[in-house]
Design a protein around this ligand. Structure first.
Ligand SMILES: Cc1ncc(COP(=O)(O)O)c(C=O)c1O
Length: 448
């Protein structure tokens, strides 16, 4: 189906009624669609798309032998092989980082980064409320207070204008999340961190290969953390990594994640063990990582091309507001493709109706994160021993009063997400997404 002839002018005319002839016919006809094709699938019409979307994860036969070789060797632990080391080297090289240490998952990569940067009881960490719950969990798990700075609804990222007002004498770090694989404003975040003497830990768990001014996301802050969970662009089932350029810090990452064994500059000074834990990746995980890493660049290119095309096709549809990328973004990762839905342009149909209608047209979608900071989780940790003992009551009371993020709340009501695998198809596949949205727009009077 082709709806390219549905122009911006016609859209404007349809919404403002300034061009009489178009206004008279109200809504532009869904291009080339017959009567039946124009009927919404939720009302029994033919969906725009019946074909499946690309599956995820994807692999080929060449991925099998390295995993089998490790299985047959019995050397499954990183201390008995060098596959994890090879994967760490390959990932660090790919991102232009000096060092990489792999972990069991992204959550533990972040916990490790927080630990080696000495974030703990009584500290505060500035973080975006618009993120996967793991980002909240790692700060809470470090007994530090996650202090949210409101979201920039245009970019879906932490709003740099809202960070400084949240800094207190207890603030030790900023934890920007490059959420949905779209980079946060790293120029502003790094400048604020420098001014207030804070460390920066990048939660790049959704942002492999994304770039800020030509530098890979994850290499700009003190440490960068990644996830290789099954849905991710470098999928291993579970897995994670910490990357960094500071040898001393990365020695600490290596030592801490490996039971506190001395490593490089981390030495036992008085004969007793060093604080540590076990967050090691296994050899067969790394073998899958090494095969998946080969496709990452090509997939990233494809996602970016299709995302750009999709934006060009939907940007003029009234009520559909594609995400913006900051001027410093030289590449996004597109773990998700987000846009905002303004119901006033769709006959006041609630977003849930739009999501169901778009899904019925063969374009699966979701509304993304809710305002999670309103969930019971926050009260639970504020009332827990770590927090009642680690912070004065007055601080926790003020924290409760400040749990108010209107821009984030609005975004949580308006966001629409499409998953990354949907950007791995052809231009025609991507066009189906735009066609389905246009079809809904044209039938908006039948939505409520
Ligand atoms: C933004 C973000 N941070 C952290 C994590 C945690 O990673 P993992 O699931 O590998 O523990 C995820 C995983 O989805 C994530 O999306």
């Amino acid at each position: 189906m082709n709806s390219n002839n549905l122009t911006r002018r016609k859209f404007l005319a349809a919404t403002t009624g300034t061009i009489a002839s178009v206004a008279a016919s109200r809504v532009p006809v869904f291009a080339n669609a017959g009567k039946e094709a124009g009927k919404l699938a939720i009302h029994g019409g033919k969906p725009v798309r019946a074909k499946a979307w690309p599956a995820w994860p994807q692999w080929d036969k060449s991925a099998e032998e390295p995993v089998l070789a490790i299985l047959r060797s019995g050397n499954w632990y990183r201390g008995q092989g060098n596959t994890v080391t090879q994967f760490e080297k390959a990932y660090a090289e790919l991102l232009g980082a000096k060092r990489c240490v792999c972990t069991v998952n992204g959550t533990n990569a972040l916990l490790t980064a927080l630990h080696v940067l000495d974030i703990g009881v009584g500290d505060e960490v500035i973080v975006s409320p618009y993120t996967f719950i793991a980002t909240y969990n790692v700060v809470i798990g470090s007994s530090a207070l996650p202090v949210f700075a409101d979201t920039d609804p245009e970019t879906f990222q932490i709003n740099p204008d809202k960070i400084e007002e949240r800094i207190t004498e207890r603030t030790k770090a900023i934890l920007p999340v490059h959420i949905l694989g779209l980079p946060a404003n790293m120029d502003r975040i790094m400048a604020i961190a420098k001014k207030h003497n804070l460390v920066v830990i990048e939660d790049a768990c959704q942002a492999w290969m994304a770039e800020w001014r030509g530098r890979k996301i994850g290499t700009i802050g003190n440490l960068g953390c990644f996830s290789f969970q099954n849905s991710k662009h470098l999928p291993i089932g579970e897995g994670g990594a910490v990357i960094g350029n500071d040898d001393e810090l990365m020695d600490r990452v290596m030592s801490f994640h490996n039971c506190g064994r001395p490593y490089g500059s981390v030495k036992r000074t008085s004969g007793y063990p060093i604080i540590g834990t076990n967050r090691r990746m296994t050899e067969y995980q790394a073998a899958i990582g090494l095969s998946q890493i080969k496709r990452l660049e090509k997939d990233t290119q494809r996602r970016n091309e299709n995302a750009e095309y999709l934006t060009s096709r939907i940007k003029d549809i009234p009520g559909i507001i594609p995400h913006k990328l900051y001027e410093g973004v030289t590449r996004a990762a597109y773990h998700l493709y987000p846009f905002r839905y303004k119901k006033e342009h769709f006959n006041n149909a609630p977003r849930s109706k739009f999501l169901a209608t778009l899904s019925a047209e063969g374009v699966p979608c979701s509304g993304g994160y809710g305002p999670q900071y309103r969930d019971g989780l926050i009260e639970d940790f504020l009332n827990s021993k770590n927090f009642t003992r680690g912070f004065p009551k007055a601080r926790l009371d003020k924290y409760r009063q400040e749990l108010n993020y209107p821009d984030n709340d609005q975004l949580c009501e308006e966001a629409v997400w499409l998953t990354q695998n949907m950007l791995l198809g052809s231009r025609g596949d991507t066009g189906d997404i735009a066609d389905a949205i246009l079809k809904i727009y044209e039938n908006r009077d039948k939505l409520a």
